[in-house]
Design a protein around this ligand. Sequence first.
Ligand SMILES: C[S@@+](CC[C@H](N)C(=O)[O-])C[C@H]1O[C@@H](n2cnc3c(N)ncnc32)[C@H](O)[C@@H]1O
Ligand code: SF4
Length: 426
Amino acid sequence: MTTKAELANLFKSNADSVINNLIINKSLKGVHRNVIIDTLLDSLDDPVWHEYIWLILLPRRLSLVTVDNFCNLACRMCGGSKGKMKWIKPENLTKLLGHCPTTEVITFVAGNSEPMLNPDLPENFRILNEHGIRSTFVTNGHYLNRKNIAAMIEHQQPVSLNVSLDAIDQKIYQDIRGADNTKVIKGLFDLNIAKEKAGVGLPQISLLMVGMEDNISELPKFVKLAHDLSALRVHVDHMLGNYSPGDFTINPRWREYMVEALELAEKLDVTLQLPLDSMQILQREDLLPKPEKKSPLKEALGEVEAEEEYHDGGSCGIKAATLETMSKVEEMKTGLCPWLQDIHVDIDGGIQPCCNMPANMGNLYDTPLWQNQNFLQTRTHHAKGEIERLCMKNSNCIYVQELKVKKVRPRYFRKETILRKIDQNT
Ligand SMILES: C[S@@+](CC[C@H](N)C(=O)[O-])C[C@H]1O[C@@H](n2cnc3c(N)ncnc32)[C@H](O)[C@@H]1O
Ligand code: SF4
């Protein structure tokens, strides 16, 4: 076994061969990658090392659309799609991973579709384990059936199963998601029974809610259900996009429900993540209960998830806070695009900086990421704190929020130049 110091020395003496070896062995990640990046950072004064800067820019997490174009539901805040279902075939997943060898975590997302509709789920899990990758899911939970539960137990994937429950009350759920939630809740308890029987701890369950006028009153019940399920956490997002006028803030009692849920969460030792801006309002109005315990979130989710915890809601770029993290809000700020360690990849391999920013960074099927100049240049700009004009429209992004609060004029790249060129030519 190679020690960290030996790996660092090997890298310095024959970088190409070390990188190739790590890629072949699917281990250009975790500790190995950290050692190499540290060594590289120490050597950057010498321009000979600049050709390896891509090692720093490649992402640790893929937010990967694995199913597209069809959903079993048509929820109020999304609509779902009703076309011919597309999904990523196992051989294509393997190809994508080969082109992004630094992947440590994949979040299976599905645009306006449902990731658990994927008929190749067990094979995907097998491939992920072969590559030493952990997965997280955002799912409506309607396919928590015997077959999928068995696959999850066998492969111990996903690490984190985020179920978009939105409401426990059947009528409210029916109004929002146009379906019956009995099956979803039963599936969650079935999963727990199966985990217990097999003596395994994964997947960890999280309950998600898009907060709306009529479901925010359900929040204390979510906390109770999370406790009954020994779930990792409850996570609430704002409602976004064209649907944002129906957000929970139009319910005049939203503060009351949140405070009740926070108090119950403290009592039951459940982690409750609420949108940062709502938590700040409660803090300003002196309504926040006093935190009594340390959040179990970091230990439970592991290093990668804990660092990137704000990606875990249904919508990326949203910043959430718990009672414990509210005291660290200043530390949570980045001064940079919060997705520097991630990319969003659509069903056809198209790369975006995050799921809210439709800027094109090339295609992961076509080109290995370290040879993709578009990707490398874009990320270099992001790493300098520069963004694209469109980013400013994503008001849920923590960095955009920071810029707006501090009234800092963002430094734009690419789009601005392109616009200037277009202006000059017309
Ligand atoms: C689009 S869904 C896809 C995955 C899966 N079908 C599900 O419902 O979880 C991903 C997440 O986005 C959330 N979502 C859908 N529309 C939204 C909106 N307008 N604003 C905020 N979140 C939304 C869903 O509740 C879900 O948690
Ligand atoms: S929120 Fe999820 S389940 Fe509902 S329609 Fe959209 S994609 Fe489908």
